[in-house]
Design a protein around this ligand. Structure first.
Ligand SMILES: NC(=O)c1ccc[n+]([C@@H]2O[C@H](COP(=O)([O-])OP(=O)(O)OC[C@H]3O[C@@H](n4cnc5c(N)ncnc54)[C@H](OP(=O)(O)O)[C@@H]3O)[C@@H](O)[C@H]2O)c1
Length: 324
């Protein structure tokens, strides 16, 4: 009997230790954001939703920027029902797969808010089937990279009006799977087949390069910009991933995932930290609330500048603001 009891205790303790280990870093900042405006893209699900809850508790004025307005309104209702005071939460439409939607959203924010403290470029897709947006770009490329690039540029004016402002881009360690060659291929054709995983990795490498280059270009302003890898988090991001959208396969993996995969609250710790810390460093790649060194391609200065300029020309050739 004792043999089984001590065995069960040993297994339980190991599982608990591993869960603590994989839960990652914790943000210990106690700062509040009373009255400061924070825009969160993709706030109707996963990390964006968990972040909205946490920031509402800390007094921030939230803008939930989502393409699923019903989902965003549900999140708003859930937050308001859990707080003792009336938080200010705005729900606004934003579809990153449409440049005109991005421009319209940014103009609306500019007209409505005196200043904005933070933009969290959280919305993203993973393992998305290859298809083109209405603007003619690969969905993963536009949602995860071109959209946040344009949105950030468009909102810089209103971010500059704050005393101090922050931009956070949700990246991923998957960026380490992509090379400079993959970036070049991506820029030259949007229709050539590439693996869904590589499409994701390249988009996140591109977003990381943008973070580092934009940090340099706005270094003389009040704005800091950083990239965060939340780790492996249980969210809807895996909705297109064959190994997890099959319920049988999911059930088989469940015990392991319960130990090694973070829940959304654990996943937002680095984002919270970068929004709340008194440290104003910029251009960093952060995991578990600490800066880490990204891949060799993400730190290549020539690639960083060139890729920014190429993206800028790509956008300039793709649409004109007066059409939006
Ligand atoms: N979960 C992880 O393990 C993990 C790891 C590394 C990085 N990340 C990054 O973390 C971010 C948040 O992901 P998550 O895990 O919270 O996934 P999620 O639950 O699937 O949330 C993604 C959000 O992005 C929104 N979105 C997708 N396409 C959009 C578009 N065209 N326009 C506007 N919104 C759009 C989704 O809206 P709909 O509901 O309307 O589709 C959803 O609200 C992503 O950038 C992801 O790459 C996640």
């Amino acid at each position: 009997m004792w043999k089984y009891v001590s065995g069960a205790i040993a297994v339980g303790s190991i599982a608990y230790g591993l869960m603590r280990y994989f839960a990652g870093g914790v943000c210990h900042c106690t700062a509040r954001l009373d009255g400061l405006v924070v825009i969160i893209t993709g706030a109707n699900s996963g990390l964006g939703k968990a972040l909205a809850f946490e920031l509402a508790k800390r007094g921030a004025i939230l803008v939930l920027a989502c393409r699923d307005l019903d989902g965003a309104l549900t999140v708003k209702t859930e937050i308001l029902s859990q707080l003792e005071y009336k938080a200010e939460i705005h729900v606004k439409h934003l579809d990153l797969n449409s440049f005109s939607s991005i421009i319209k959203f940014a103009k609306n924010i500019d007209a409505e808010f005196e200043e904005v403290y933070a933009l969290v470029n959280n919305a993203g897709v993973f393992y998305h089937p290859q298809s083109l947006t209405q603007d003619g770009f690969d969905v993963t490329f536009q949602t995860n990279y071109l959209g946040p690039f344009l949105l950030t540029q468009q909102l810089t004016k209103v971010l500059k009006r704050a005393d101090h402002a922050r931009i956070i881009n949700l990246c991923s360690d998957a960026h380490r799977n992509a090379t400079a060659y993959d970036l070049t291929c991506l820029m030259t054709t949007q229709t050539e087949f590439r693996s869904h995983f590589l499409a994701y990795s390249v988009s996140k490498l591109a977003l990381l390069l943008f973070t580092r280059e934009y940090a340099k270009r706005i270094s003389n302003t009040n704005i800091v910009i950083n990239a965060v890898d939340p780790g492996n988090v249980e969210t809807n991001i895996y909705r297109h991933f064959p190994q997890l959208c099959n319920s049988w396969l999911y059930c088989l993996q469940w015990p392991i995932r319960k130990i090694v995969v973070k829940n959304p609250y654990q996943g937002i710790q680095s984002i919270l930290h970068m929004l709340l810390t008194s440290n104003h460093s910029t251009g960093q790649y952060v995991q578990d609330c600490k800066p880490v060194v990204p891949s060799q391609y993400a730190t290549n200065p020539k690639l960083t500048i060139n890729f920014y300029d190429q993206t800028q020309s790509l956008l300039e050739n793709s649409f004109s603001e007066s059409d939006c």
